[in-house]
Ligand binder design. Structure first.
Ligand SMILES: C[S@@+](CC[C@H](N)C(=O)[O-])C[C@H]1O[C@@H](n2cnc3c(N)ncnc32)[C@H](O)[C@@H]1O
Length: 217
């Protein structure tokens, strides 16, 4: 069983350079390997964004831009990522699919962006919270750049708290640098108890393997 201290302790091994190296390796095969089953999570998160008020949307860790086609035309999307290799594919997607609502695709650290306070109505992170070197800094930065009353969304795998999956995820944690993500990431570790209680937290159908989290800023 995982205890509170363990759930808050990030596994080591992924700093910004390690993320760039990992996603240079993944970029060419990313859509084939990760586009399938996680597509449910992206569509669900984008649908939630589309339902929310406000047009200015920041997608952090936009990767190859798999979610970009799902946003409503009236949303104005800025995507950022640390990996130039992933972003190259995102920019190609924006061009080939004619995604005129994507305003910018920028190489930037989501833990420390250059945006002014309250620049966005919504910030969304899809399968990124388990990758960034410091998820707490990511959340703090998303809070800073979203206006008061705006929304912050995450969709991610969240580690089990017990049972066989807990053992597998803990066993895989030391390989985070090679994998390019932290298998032992959990939303309970990311959110403080007040945020956790206030958040809307829902499993993503059809398998419930991913979790959608919505916070008010
Ligand atoms: C698992 S991929 C998810 C990509 C995309 N969101 C998707 O749904 O396919 C994680 C992405 O987060 C990016 N990333 C990791 N740490 C980051 C950071 N600190 N700032 C910006 N992007 C980061 C990686 O480069 C990678 O593209």
């Amino acid at each position: 069983m995982i205890d509170a201290a363990q759930s808050r302790r990030p596994s080591t091994g992924l700093d910004a350079d390690a993320v760039r190296v990992a996603y240079r390796r993944w970029a060419g095969v990313y859509d084939v390997v990760f586009g399938g089953i996680s597509g449910w999570g992206r569509r669900r998160a984008a649908a939630e964004v589309n339902r929310l008020p406000g047009a200015r949307v920041l997608e952090v860790g936009v990767g190859t831009g798999l979610a970009l086609p799902y946003y409503a035309p009236e949303k104005r999307i800025t995507g950022i990522d640390l990996s130039a290799d992933m972003l190259r594919l995102a920019r190609t997607r924006v061009q080939t699919e004619g995604l005129t609502n994507v305003e910018a695709v920028l190489e930037m650290d989501a833990e420390q962006t250059s945006f002014a306070d309250a620049s966005f109505d919504i910030a969304v992170a899809m399968f990124v919270a388990s990758v960034v070197p410091n998820p707490h800094r990511l959340l703090a930065e998303m809070r800073r750049v979203v206006r008061p009353g705006g929304k912050i969304l995450f969709v991610n795998h969240s580690a089990a708290e017990q049972g066989p999956r807990w053992w597998v995820e803990r066993a895989m944690a030391p390989a985070s640098q090679a994998l390019g993500w932290h298998p032992d990431f959990s939303f309970k570790g990311l959110l403080d108890p007040k945020d956790y209680a206030a958040a809307q937290i829902a499993p993503v159908p059809p398998f419930g393997f991913f979790t959608l989290v919505r916070l008010s800023n």
